[in-house]
Design a protein around this ligand. Structure first.
Ligand code: MSP
Length: 525
């Protein structure tokens, strides 16, 4: 039986800059989702890559005395480095300069021309020759038709351009938003798009003539395809949807449409309006959801080169060297800006979350339970022989938490899913606190009850670890190893979270998942 598919994508990142926390974040949350869905039994396709065309790349390359391709190669390699650094499990990495992409983009644009969704039009406006840019009528008037930069008069120019007939999709897009309220999430973002949509759609230029670094328009090499149009197509060229029938298309076509295009909020318009209009024009199915997250900010401001407040790979590596990769992944997943508010990262906050959730909760509970099994049962897992214990119906508690986490993941609420998992551990702490196995163990007649308490506690921790695994694959694998289990990659969530997975008699080692770490020195201390 074929498994249901699940396709998740990140934006493809511009190679005119270096990767930083923002890029890493989007790819990481997609990775957590992809890992969870694989466990849930879905046939997952997780895509990321780099956006390599456009005037900015051409310019940056020239400034660095490199060819645009060499510049793109060099920076794409940096984006690839992130994948290994953060243990990301993408299924493909698409680069827009690859022939598989460029030839399919031309095929799609040719189809759009044939369908009359793209036409050649004339554009007339005031042009600043020094800046190579058009001014709006208002801006031209404001500066008396003289360039404020060069002091030279603006010239009236006419340009022949290709346009995408976006205006024709006003009604279909309104219908889409009405019939699929979840097409854009979170809801506040959807409302932004709806607001702009109500202002009315205009056709958009989709080619450029003033530089060369791009995919040529089919049969008109003077024009290159506008970088955004080129880039959006990556989501389907990676699947081979534009290849001639029978080629690569066959194997990956099943993944379309995507469940989630995960993006940052600044590129919502392209994904929520232009992209679906292009797909509608091509008679292709639409993605299920464009999920636009907010930003990582520093000191209340968006990170930028000029402010020098960018959290780059070097700084991320610094965190990794102190706290380990899984702690980083956990912080990103639970504290990140998936909702409508921006998030901040500070050494103090990171330390606090690490200590509270990972050291004091997950790590402490696992080490306490495994230590008691070693102390009272010589490291051999006791049987669950007692009846009801302190009103804790563990099979039901864990089943509910798994259901909550699964629902949250399906809705891309990653923090909610992790909270359901850590919630199990908190319940175990409460259970131990209430049943006091360490006191009961003083009485040899109570050892059966002690054994049952510890079996149930460890089994619940094990189930929590299955839910935590997509976020913290490394530490959860080592927890599994100390319990003598190594789930096969194909084992599904249902099987792994079924109560009773641990076998009495198994050898249990004491665990130490998250070492306590000294608080960072506060600034100025
Ligand atoms: N190349 C386009 C996307 C084309 S997709 C068809 C692009 N690239 S980008 O390199 O600028 O990357 C933008 C993406 O990086 C954002 O959408 C977001 O996913 C991520 N982030 C960049 N800065 C960010 C923060 N400060 N915080 C969180 N994520 C942000 O736009």
């Amino acid at each position: 039986m074929s498994r249901p598919t699940a396709y998740v994508s990140t934006p493809i990142y511009y190679v005119n800059g270096k990767p930083h926390i923002g890029h890493c974040y989007t790819t990481l949350v997609c990775d957590v989702w992809a890992r969870f869905m694989r466990r849930a039994g879905r046939d997952v396709f997780f895509l990321t890559g780099t956006d390599e065309h456009g005037a900015k790349v051409e310019k940056a390359a020239t400034e660095h005395r490199m060819t645009p391709q060499a510049w793109a190669d060099q920076n794409a390699a940096e984006f690839r480095r992130v994948l290994g650094m953060l243990d990301l499990t993408n299924d493909d990495f698409i680069r827009t300069t690859e022939p598989r992409h460029t030839r399919q983009v031309q095929t799609f644009v040719r189809r759009l021309l044939e369908k009359d969704a793209v036409y050649v039009g004339e554009f007339e406006g005031w042009y600043d020759q020094g800046q190579e840019e058009y001014y709006t009528e208002t801006k031209a008037k404001d500066c008396n038709h003289v360039s404020p930069i060069s002091g030279r008069p603006l010239v009236r120019m006419t340009e022949r351009n290709y346009y995408f007939r976006l205006s024709a999709f006003q009604k279909p897009l309104e219908d889409l938003f009405a019939s699929h309220p979840d097409f854009v999430r979170p809801e506040a973002r959807r409302n932004e798009v709806l607001g702009r949509l109500r202002e009315g759609l205009q056709d958009v230029p989709m080619s450029r003539t003033n530089f060369a670094w791009g995919i040529p328009m089919p049969d008109d090499a003077e024009h290159v395809i506008y970088v955004w149009i080129d880039a959006l197509f990556n989501y389907i060229t990676a699947l081979g949807l534009g290849e001639p029938d029978g080629a690569v298309a066959g194997a990956r076509a099943k993944y379309w449409p995507a469940q989630y295009h995960v993006i940052g909020k600044e590129i919502l318009w392209f994904h929520a309006v232009i992209w679906p209009a292009m797909l509608l024009a091509l008679d292709l199915p639409l993605p299920e959801c464009v999920y636009a997250h907010s930003y990582w900010v520093m000191g209340g401001q968006k990170m930028s080169k000029s402010l020098g407040n960018i959290i780059d790979l070097e700084e991320i590596e610094h965190y990794l060297s102190i706290y380990g990769l899984d702690a980083w992944r956990y912080y990103m997943t639970t504290q990140g800006p998936l909702g409508v508010t921006d998030s901040t990262l500070s050494p103090e906050r990171f330390h606090e979350v690490y200590t509270t959730d990972l050291v004091n909760t997950v790590g402490n509970c696992a080490s306490r339970v495994t230590a008691m099994i070693n102390k009272y049962f010589g490291g051999t897992l006791p049987a669950d022989a007692a009846g009801d214990l302190h009103d804790h119906d563990w099979p039901a508690i864990t089943r509910d938490a798994v259901a909550t986490a699964t629902e949250a993941m399906a809705a891309f609420d990653l923090a909610g899913a992790m909270d359901a998992a850590v919630g199990i551990v908190r319940r175990v702490d409460g259970f131990i606190h209430a049943t006091e196995p360490f006191k009961l163990a003083k009485d040899p007649a109570q050892m059966e009850t002690v054994g049952a308490i510890l079996y149930r506690s460890l089994e619940a921790v094990r189930i929590a670890s299955v839910l935590l695994e997509p976020t913290m694959p490394g530490r959860m694998a080592s927890l599994g190893a100390s319990l003598g289990i190594e789930p096969s990659p194909d084992a599904t969530l249902d099987t792994l979270t079924a109560w009773g997975g641990l076998t009495p008699g198994a050898t249990i080692e004491k665990t130490m998942l998250f070492p306590r770490i000294d608080a960072p020195e506060t600034a100025g201390a």
